[in-house]
Design a binder for this molecule. Structure first.
Ligand code: Q46
Ligand code: ZN
Ligand code: ZN
Length: 327
């Protein structure tokens, strides 16, 4: 097995590119693919301040390093979600998933000299994700996704960042697209894009890893010595997208390039049709009476969740998104 670029010994095969690569040229491929995504979708302008959503997993740490390698100013934000040990992710005395994830992020940031911001949901908002899931009787990813989106938006606006970057990769985006298409969620299909522009009090949001698969981001981390959280979140079991990922992986194995064709074909040839017909994010929003975040209601979904879980206030919770897209 020889590297396509230098003909030296290869360490990885990439069937969808019909090629093998040595470590140096595979890392270069990852940088090139990330740069290409950033440029093609105008994700980050020169001089933009980027806030990277870091979880301690392979994708977000790879993204953080890649952005620095490409010359961007990128700080990280880690949100401690209070997900504990054990099969249901309940907080307990053992060192849990969130503790270990936080350690990975802190070690990585310190070793690279990157600036890391942190928010602990329990300390700052009085609840954690397992408690929120129990109180709302929804899959944990609902309240978790809502909490993360809210806190990343808020931190970016308060910190004067131009853009929030997340580590969603091609597998993530293709799986969300597959789920939205299976259910013809036209509103989500209208908003599924690697860039969500700033507006209405929300920061711009970008996904620079959409041209890399999760196997490739994992290989990037291994080959560049990034020590990441390898455990899956113990609360992920109810997440439908894991099943969609498996289905797409089967298709990919039979026909390399399927995920890329599916996702980028949608962006090139279909997304616009949903946008023109869909509701889109338009319309003026008011401000949340609790926290000032943009919302179409009197209080935002995060403040309603917090009130419901902590018992402070008496506000009904309505979580409408489990799809991982949209605001
Ligand atoms: S952390 Fe949160 Fe994920 Fe765990 S509860 Fe679901 S959304 S799976 S990326
Ligand atoms: Zn090579
Ligand atoms: Zn609010």
């Amino acid at each position: 097995m020889k590297c396509r670029v230098c003909r030296g010994p290869a360490v990885i095969d990439v069937p969808r590119h019909n090629a093998n690569f040595c470590a140096e040229h595979f890392l270069r491929l990852c940088r090139d693919q990330t740069r290409k995504a950033i440029e093609a979708f105008d994700m980050i302008a020169p001089g933009d301040r980027v806030l990277v959503a870091v979880s301690g997993g392979k994708d977000s740490l790879a993204l953080w390093q890649l952005l620095h390698e490409l010359g961007h100013t990128a700080d990280g934000l880690y949100i401690g979600l209070g997900i504990g040990a054990g099969p249901k992710g309940r907080p307990n005395d053992e060192v849990g998933y969130s503790d270990v994830s936080g350690e990975h992020v802190r070690r990585f940031a310190a070793s690279k000299g990157f600036r890391l911001l942190e928010i602990d949901v329990r300390e700052e908002h009085g609840f954690d994700i397992p408690t929120a899931a129990a109180a709302t009787r929804r899959v944990p990813c609902s309240s978790c996704g809502l909490t993360k989106r809210h806190l990343f938006d808020r931190a970016a606006i308060d910190g004067g960042y131009d853009v929030v970057a997340t580590g969603h990769n091609l597998d993530d985006e293709a799986a969300v697209l597959f789920g939205n298409a299976l259910q013809w969620n036209t509103d989500y299909l209208a908003r599924q894009a690697p860039v969500l522009p700033a507006g209405n009090g929300f920061p711009r949001k970008v996904k620079p890893l959409v041209r890399l698969t999760e196997r490739e981001t994992a290989a990037y981390c291994v080959l560049s010595g990034i020590d990441y959280q390898v455990e899956e979140c113990p609360l992920a079991a109810g997440n439908r997208h894991l099943g969609y990922k498996d289905l797409l992986e089967q298709a990919e194995r039979r026909s390399p390039g399927t995920k890329h064709t599916f996702y980028f074909g949608f962006l090139d040839r279909a997304a616009e049709r949903f946008r023109s017909g869909g509701e889109g994010p338009g319309g003026e929003l008011g401000r949340c009476a609790g926290c000032g975040a943009p919302t179409s209601e009197e209080t935002c979904a995060f403040c309603r969740l917090q009130a419901r879980v902590t018992g402070v206030g008496d506000v009904p919770v309505r979580i409408t998104s489990t799809a991982g897209v949209g605001r």
